[in-house]
Design a protein around this ligand. Structure first.
Ligand code: ADP
Ligand code: ADP
Length: 223
C-alpha cells in the first residue's frame, strides 16, 4: 500500500503540492490526471524519493519512508524515456538491476527470463534491444521495472510514445502485472481516455491541489 499524507511542496513562490493525501491499495492503479505543470510529476517524484516534500509523509508497505533514500525504497519507475542499455541483450537488460543489488548471475538470469515471459517476450530474450520495436522495448522496460519485486510501481506517461495498438497491449500487460504482483501503482497522465481506461481510482489535480478523487464511474456520474 502507498500512503501520501498531507504532502506540501513549493518551488519558489509556486505551490505544486498543496496538502495532498492519497492512499493506493495493493494490486490497484490510481491515475493522477491534470494539465501540464499542475504538479503530477513532482508528486510521483516525491513518492519515489527523488524530490523531498517540504512537509508530509510517504508510507510504503506500511512503513514511513519519508526519509528513506530513493534507491532503498523498493520503488520501480517507468517513464516515456525508458533508457535501455543498447549494448546488452534483452535478458541482460532485465537482469542488470538485480546484479546491481547483489543477486548472483544464474539467479538474475532465471528471474529475468521469468519476468520476460510474463510480458510475452520469452522468445526475444537473447536479442539485442536495439533490434526490437518500440513496443517491445517498452515491454522490456516493464519487465526490468518489475523484476526487482518492488513495493510500488510509478508510471509517468509511459505509453505516450506508442501507437494505439501497442499502447492498448502495454496498458493491459501493465495492469495485469500490478494485479499479479499485488503492488500499488500510480500513473501520471494528461490523457483522460487513458486515465479512465486504466485506473481503479482517479485523482484530478489542478495547480498543486487535488480537485476530485474517486472511481472512474463515480466521477463520470457527477453532474
Ligand atoms: P515535462 O513536463 O515534459 O516532464 P519537466 O518535468 O522536465 O518537463 O519540466 C517541466 C517544467 O519544470 C519545465 O517548464 C521546467 O522549466 C521546469 N523545471 C524542471 N526542472 C527544473 C529545475 N531544476 N529548475 C527550474 N525549473 C525546472
Ligand atoms: P506536471 O507533471 O503536472 O506537468 P510538474 O510536477 O512537472 O508538473 O511541475 C509542476 C511545476 O513545478 C511546474 O510549474 C514546473 O515548472 C515546476 N517545477 C518542477 N520541478 C521543478 C524544479 N526542480 N525547480 C523548480 N520548479 C520546478
Amino acid at each position: 500500500m502507498l500512503e501520501l499524507k498531507h504532502i506540501h511542496k513549493t518551488f519558489g513562490a509556486k505551490t505544486v503540492a498543496d496538502d495532498i493525501s492519497l492512499t493506493v491499495a495493493d494490486g490497484s492503479l490510481t491515475a493522477i490526471l491534470g494539465p501540464s505543470g499542475c504538479g503530477k510529476s513532482t508528486l510521483l517524484n516525491i513518492a519515489a524519493g527523488l524530490v523531498p516534500p517540504d512537509s508530509g509523509e510517504v508510507w510504503i508497505g506500511g512503513e514511513n519512508r519519508t526519509d528513506t533514500a530513493a534507491e532503498k525504497r523498493q520503488v520501480a519507475l517507468m517513464f516515456q524515456d525508458y533508457a535501455l542499455l543498447p549494448h546488452l541483450n534483452v535478458w541482460q537488460n532485465v537482469a542488470f538491476g538485480l546484479k546491481m543489488r547483489g543477486t548472483g548471475a544464474a539467479e538474475a538470469r532465471r528471474r529475468a527470463e521469468t519476468a520476460l515471459a510474463a510480458v510475452g517476450l520469452a522468445a526475444e530474450s537473447g536479442r539485442r534491444v536495439d533490434a526490437l520495436s518500440g513496443g517491445e522495448q517498452q515491454r522490456v522496460a516493464l519487465a526490468r521495472a518489475l523484476v526487482v519485486q518492488p513495493q510500488l510501481l510509478l508510471l509517468d506517461e509511459p505509453f505516450s510514445s506508442l501507437d494505439t495498438g501497442l499502447r492498448q497491449q502495454l496498458r493491459g500487460q501493465t495492469l495485469a502485472q500490478v494485479r499479479a504482483q499485488n503492488i500499488p501503482a500510480v500513473l501520471v497522465t494528461h490523457d483522460p481516455e487513458e486515465a479512465f481506461a486504466l485506473a481503479d481510482h482517479l485523482m484530478l489535480m489542478q495547480g498543486g491541489r487535488m480537485v476530485q478523487y474517486g472511481a472512474p464511474d463515480a466521477l463520470l456520474q457527477r453532474p
